[in-house]
Ligand binder design. Structure first.
Ligand code: NAD
Length: 321
């Protein structure tokens, strides 16, 4: 069995590795050769923690395993990240544990890769302005991954507290892209691609603020009750997702489904676009929306790539187990 410690991961995988792994597993999910098992998430009644696991099996790539972890709100005071996770991979032929991999950075990387995959397949080719809503832990990863999918000329961004936008500005500076802190009205009026990555219980972006032809990647809503954009905007858009069951229950589409303005049959898996079974965007005026809910198979896909690279580079720690 191999162990790949959290601290080794940043230097191991490239954004292209993550993009390819996530794109491939979305395609396998839509093709029926990969599936996620039901998610477990529980308040454990200790340390205010939420703990759970996401698991699945990709029969094509033979990735079997789970990501286990959750949220410990008291961790920051101890100098630790509040979100903690570890990925366990198993040999699909024998059930033996193949690897244990740090899952914290991988979560950010695979979430950013999902948004990037959606932009690659659904955004207008001539998209020039990238709009970012949110400036928390995930946001810089999102900006880095999405920025390389189109020839963007500018980044516009909004956050509840604008001083936190400095981290996004630094990334934009590194990418050589002009950066502007703007109102939500200005963001919607300018952006051709919008990424939302906030932890909110009410819509932040309204339907009327979004211009025709925009692609929106809603990446923050991963729990019942969370919401980033107006349900009318979801109903107006052509909606794609990683997994339909999650989209309608814990994803951004949950609200439009609940008020009846969107039907489950109106939502398509992004994997179908990747496979060529769905045309994706069909006009320059269409608003496309990717509801990125986050699935366990994404974690397994990137973790498996990390393990392969760690073994190849002699970084993986081998233990007799
Ligand atoms: P974070 O706590 O570091 O940042 C939270 C962000 O949300 C900040 O920009 C904050 O200003 C904003 N925010 C919080 N409450 C708000 C409100 N009421 N109105 C407007 N803005 C508000 O969180 P993070 O790690 O960056 O994660 C962001 C979101 O993404 C979370 O909801 C998290 O659960 C989700 N997430 C989703 C996936 C996925 O696969 N889809 C993966 C990881 C995280």
């Amino acid at each position: 069995m191999f162990i790949v410690p959290e601290k080794e991961i940043a230097a191991l995988v490239t954004r292209k590795d993550n993009f390819d792994a996530v794109e491939q597993v979305f395609a396998s999910m839509a093709g029926g050769s990969a599936y996620n098992f039901p998610v477990i998430r529980e308040a454990i009644g200790h340390a205010d923690a939420l703990y759970g696991f996401k698991s699945g099996f990709d029969r094509a790539a033979l990735n079997l395993g789970l990501k286990s972890g959750g949220y410990w709100p008291g961790n920051a005071e101890k100098g630790l990240t509040n979100h903690q996770s570890t990925v366990f991979l198993f040999d699909a032929d024998t059930g033996k544990c193949r690897a244990v991999v740090g899952g914290n950075l991988l979560t950010a990387l695979r979430t950013a890769a999902a948004a990037a995959v959606s932009v690659a397949h659904l955004a207008r080719k001539d998209s020039k302005v990238l709009g970012m809503i949110g400036a928390g832990h995930q946001a810089t990863f999102q900006l880095q991954a999405v920025a390389e999918q189109r020839n963007f000329e500018k980044v516009v961004a909004w956050n509840r507290t604008s001083e936190k936008l400095a981290s996004l500005q630094n990334v934009a500076d590194d990418l050589g892209l002009p950066f502007e802190s703007v109102s939500l009205d200005e963001l919607g009026a300018q952006a051709d691609v919008i990424v939302t990555i906030v932890s909110s219980q009410a819509a932040i972006l309204n339907d009327a603020q979004v211009k025709p032809g925009t692609h929106i990647a809603c990446m923050g809503t991963d729990t019942k009750g969370k919401q980033e954009v107006d349900a009318n905007l979801v109903a107006r858009a052509t909606v794609f997702t990683d997994e339909i069951a999650q989209s309608i229950s814990i994803g951004e589409a949950q609200h439009a489904i609940a008020d009846g303005s969107l039907k489950q049959a109106d939502i398509s898996e992004i994997g179908a676009v990747i496979n060529g079974d769905h045309p994706g965007r069909t006009s320059d005026d269409e608003v496309t929306l990717f509801d990125g809910t986050g699935v366990g198979l994404q974690d397994l896909a990137v973790a498996s790539k990390v393990v392969d690279l760690a073994i190849e580079k002699g970084i993986a720690i081998e233990v007799d187990f």
